[in-house]
Ligand binder design. Structure first.
Ligand code: CO8
Length: 287
C-alpha cells in the first residue's frame, strides 16, 4: 500500500482518473458509520453514529474496519478525519456488553476486531486526524491515539484517557505502547495504574491531544490541519510514520493469537466478570 500510494501521489498532488473526477463526491452510508469522501481534496470524513455513545461493538468495529479499508485501498484518498455524530461523546470505548456474559468464542471474535481496528488506524498510509467532539475513554482514547493528530473540543466536561483499571481490567500491551509513544513512559505508567481520565485542558498539557478548539470549530480545524499535512510528499511522510510505528505494530502482529487467547482467558474469569458487573451497575446508578 505504501509503495502504491507513493507512486500515485507525491508533493501533495493526487492522480485521479477521469471517471473519478466526473464523480466528484462519493458518499456511502451504512447504519453505524457515515463516510463522506471529497474527491477534489482527497479527504474523507468518517462519522461514527452508533447511539447512544458510539460504543465499539463487534458490529460497529466490523463496519468501521471495512469503511477504513475501502478508503485505504482508494489511492485518491489521502486523508481521513474521524469524528462523532453523537452529542457529547466521541466514543465510550469498547462495548462492555461484548465482554460481559459472552462465550469465549464470541470474546475471541470481538478481540480480533479490536486488534484489527487499531492495526488499520495505526498502520494507515493515510493522514488520519481525530476530531474529538466529546468524551473518549478507554477504547475511544486508543482510537484517537492511533491517529496522526488529535483536535479536541475545549470543554472541561469532556474526558479522555485509558481508564481500564477503574473497571477492574487491564489495558493490553499495545494500548500501553500506543500511549507511551504518545505521551511518554512516566505519564503512561501513572495514568494506567490510576485509570486516569483527563479533561480537555489536562489532555492538552500531557500531549494526549495536540490542539483544543471551541466545539463548533473541531471539524473545520481538522480540515484546515489536514491541508497542512497533505502538503508533505506522501512517500516521505508515510516512510517516516512507518519508521516510528512499525516496531509497535510488529509486536502485536507477531503475537496476535496469543493476545486473543490472553484476552479471552482474562475476561471470562469470574472475578473479572464480577468487576464488569459492578461497573455496569455504577454506570446505571450515575443517572
Ligand atoms: N459499553 C456499553 N454501554 C455503554 C458504554 C460502554 N463502553 N458506555 C456507556 N454505555 C451505556 C450506558 O450504560 C447507558 O446505557 P442505558 O441508557 O441503557 O442505561 C448508555 O450507554 C448511555 O450512557 P450514559 O448515560 O453514561 O451517557 P453519558 O452521555 O452521560 O456519558 C460516557 C457518556 C462519558 C461515555 C459514559 O457513558 C461513560 O463513562 N461510559 C463508560 C466508558 C468506559 O468506561 N469505557 C470503557 C470500556 S473498556 C475499553 O474500552 C477497553 C477495554 C480493554 C480490555 C482489556 C482486557 C484485557
Amino acid at each position: 500500500l505504501l509503495s502504491q500510494r507513493a507512486s500515485c501521489s507525491s508533493h501533495g498532488r493526487v492522480c485521479v482518473s477521469p471517471a473519478v473526477v466526473a464523480q466528484r463526491r462519493n458518499n456511502s452510508t451504512s447504519p453505524k458509520i457515515k463516510v463522506e469522501f471529497d474527491q477534489s481534496t482527497g479527504v474523507a470524513v468518517l462519522r461514527m453514529q452508533n447511539p447512544p455513545v458510539n460504543s465499539l461493538s463487534l458490529d460497529f468495529l466490523t463496519e468501521f474496519c471495512i469503511g477504513v479499508e475501502k478508503l485505504e485501498m482508494d489511492k485518491s484518498c489521502r486523508g481521513l478525519i474521524i469524528t462523532s455524530s453523537q452529542p457529547k461523546v466521541f466514543s465510550a470505548g469498547l462495548d462492555i456488553m461484548e465482554m460481559y456474559g459472552q462465550s469465549p468464542e464470541r470474546c475471541g471474535e470481538f478481540w480480533r476486531a479490536v486488534q484489527e481496528m487499531w492495526l488499520k488506524l495505526y498502520g494507515s498510509d493515510m493522514v488520519i486526524i481525530a476530531a474529538i467532539n466529546g468524551s473518549s475513554p478507554a477504547g475511544g482514547c486508543l482510537m484517537s491515539m492511533a491517529c496522526d493528530y488529535r483536535i479536541m473540543a475545549d470543554n472541561p466536561r469532556y474526558t479522555i484517557g485509558l481508564n481500564e483499571t477503574k473497571l477492574g481490567i487491564v489495558a493490553p500491551f499495545w494500548f500501553k505502547d500506543t500511549m507511551t509513544n504518545t505521551v511518554g513512559h512516566r505519564t503512561t505508567e501513572m495514568a494506567l495504574e490510576l485509570g486516569m481520565l483527563y479533561n480537555s485542558t489536562e489532555a492538552l498539557k500531557i500531549g494526549m491531544v495536540d490542539q483544543l478548539v471551541p466545539e463548533d470549530q473541531v471539524l473545520t480545524t481538522a480540515t484546515q490541519t489536514m491541508t497542512k499535512w497533505l502538503a508533505i510528499p506522501d512517500h516521505a511522510r508515510q516512510i517516516s510514520k512507518s519508521m516510528m510505528r512499525k516496531p509497535t505494530i510488529d509486536k502485536l502482529t507477531s503475537n496476535r493469537e496469543a493476545d486473543i487467547q490472553h484476552f479471552v482467558n482474562f475476561i471470562t474469569k469470574d472475578s473479572i466478570q464480577k468487576s464488569l458487573h459492578m461497573y455496569l451497575e455504577m454506570l446505571k446508578k450515575r443517572k
